[in-house]
Design a protein around this ligand. Structure first.
Ligand code: NDP
Ligand code: 2IT
Length: 444
């Protein structure tokens, strides 16, 4: 057994019931094999053993009262994974599936993603198994207030800066921020994704989706192509998906399908995004509504079928493990050329292997969706400086960050002998900076 295999065995032994965390650790550590071969000092310093162990994991009770006076108890999490290169930074996810394994996989990914942005942010993630669906405004607010009543003592603008993720958007960040400010009596950049009236950054809402498409466009440009005229399938219909569709359409692509957790829509003429925004952002409704508003379109119950739709570009933007080996093979059979991961870990290990074997350009999440957290770091910079940049200025910085990440992972893959393997390239490029900082800090 080599060093990587030994550390992976240890991860499995210590975290036996954490399938998602084991999956992320497997993908990351296997990608780092060429690095540890070149740097034997990492093994002597037990660097990987320390890297896969969160600096701190907090679990807490979140009690709240619904509109009928019934008391509910959810579980809250914040995993402060690695602060070697900056304060912990990463989103909060509210979804009934949330557990420690999911938060740890997201936190581990976040360390390398945040490093790839080139900005000084460490890795963390949090959330709750609270389900925001079918809750009143009052229930959402009271839940957020209860969640922050514990979380506030663990975070701070120079300690740990949460943001949104699945189920946590502008509305929830507002309630969380309001409660933080009330308890701590400080108006700081302690959360990002804030509203524009209280310290948020222009273009943060659009940043993850736009950033994803900027990277896809750069990968195509380097191959003498562009998104113009390409057929695109986007999964999800939340924050990341909507703004990925918006940017892809503005660059001349035709997006023909999207989904929510119930089923997918197919619009062969190209999706009318204004209708999706009305249903999803304004009404908080279900995507199947689309077919009653736009003629000649189809709705199918269930999600997986979306990957059978022929496309040039697939952008999974909903959740983990959306594309398994079978779905990957369906996409390959229909001629997909490029896959850009907007969601975190949307492709299974089998799916990734299938894409790589088939020579599909595969842009992994920690690189391709880094535009959101990068723009969060730009929001932190604006908060510290107490000023605001224009939309154009933030967008220009975002684009240059995404182009830089693409070339950093491309170069790292080549330098470490795995040319074109962007999974390894992103892991290596992200890891080197974190490793350097951890080595400099001694055994901590
Ligand atoms: P949203 O809550 O805004 O949207 C999530 C979308 O995914 C919804 O359409 C939702 O459907 C769908 N979805 C969620 N869970 C499932 C599931 N189990 N099966 C099928 N569909 C599902 O979240 P975001 O757009 O913010 O996040 C999407 C992904 O992008 C996540 O993986 C997140 O970690 C990642 N990400 C987000 C960033 C951000 O800045 N927001 C930054 C980087 C990555 P429904 O409405 O039916 O629940
Ligand atoms: O997965 C992610 O990168 C996010 N949900 C965004 C995190 C952030 O701090 O903006």
């Amino acid at each position: 057994m080599d060093y990587i295999e030994r550390v992976l065995e240890e991860v499995k032994r210590k975290n036996p019931n954490e399938a998602e965390f084991q999956q992320a650790a497997t993908e990351i550590l296997n990608g780092l094999r060429p690095v540890v071969e070149r740097h034997p000092e990492y093994e002597s310093a037990a660097l990987l053993e320390r890297f896969v162990e969160p600096e701190r994991a907090i679990m807490f009770r979140v009690p709240w009262v619904d509109d009928n006076g019934k008391v509910h108890v959810n579980r809250g999490f914040r995993v402060q994974f690695n602060s070697a290169i900056g304060p912990y930074k990463g989103g909060l996810r509210f979804h009934p599936s949330v557990n420690l394994s999911i938060i740890k996989f997201l936190g581990l990914e976040q360390i390398l993603k945040n490093s790839l942005t080139g900005l000084p942010i460490g890795g963390g993630k949090g959330g709750s198994d609270f389900d925001p669906k079918n809750k009143s405004e009052g229930e959402i607010m009271r839940f957020c207030q209860s969640f922050m009543t514990e979380l506030y003592r663990h975070i701070g603008q120079d300690t740990d800066v949460p943001a949104g993720d699945i189920g946590v958007g502008g509305r929830e960040i507002g309630y969380l921020f309001g409660q933080y400010k009330r308890i701590v009596d400080e108006h700081t950049g302690v959360l990002t994704g804030r509203g524009l009236s209280y310290g948020g950054s222009l273009a943060r809402k659009e940043a993850t989706g736009y950033g994803l498409v900027y990277m896809v466009e750069e990968a195509l440009r380097c191959r003498g192509e562009s998104l113009q005229g390409k057929t695109v399938v986007v999964s999800g219909s939340g924050n990341v998906a909507i703004y990925a569709v918006e940017k892809a359409q503005s660059l001349g692509a035709k997006v023909v399908a999207m989904y929510d957790s119930n089923g997918y829509i197919y619009d062969k003429k190209g999706i009318d995004l204004a209708v999706i925004k009305q249903i999803k952002e304004v009404e908080r409704g279900r995507i199947k509504e689309y077919v009653s508003r736009v003629k000649g379109t189809e709705y199918h119950e269930g999600c997986n079928g979306i990957w059978n739709i022929p496309c040039d570009v697939a952008l999974p933007c909903a959740t983990q493990n959306e594309i398994d080996g079978e779905s990957a093979n369906a996409l390959i059979k229909n001629g997909v050329k490029i896959v850009g991961e907007g969601a975190n870990m949307p492709t299974t290990l089998e799916g990734i292997a299938a894409f790589q074997k088939a020579g599909v350009v595969f842009l992994p999440a920690k690189a391709a969706n880094a535009g959101g957290v990068a723009t969060s770091a730009l929001e932190m910079a604006q908060s510290s400086a107490r000023l605001f940049w224009t939309f154009e200025e933030v967008d220009r910085k975002l684009k240059s960050i995404m182009v830089n990440i693409y070339h950093a992972m491309d170069a790292a893959a080549e330098e470490y002998g795995v040319k074109g393997n962007y999974v390894s390239g992103a892991n290596i490029a992200g890891f080197l900076k974190v490793a350097d900082a951890m080595m400099a800090h001694g055994i901590v």
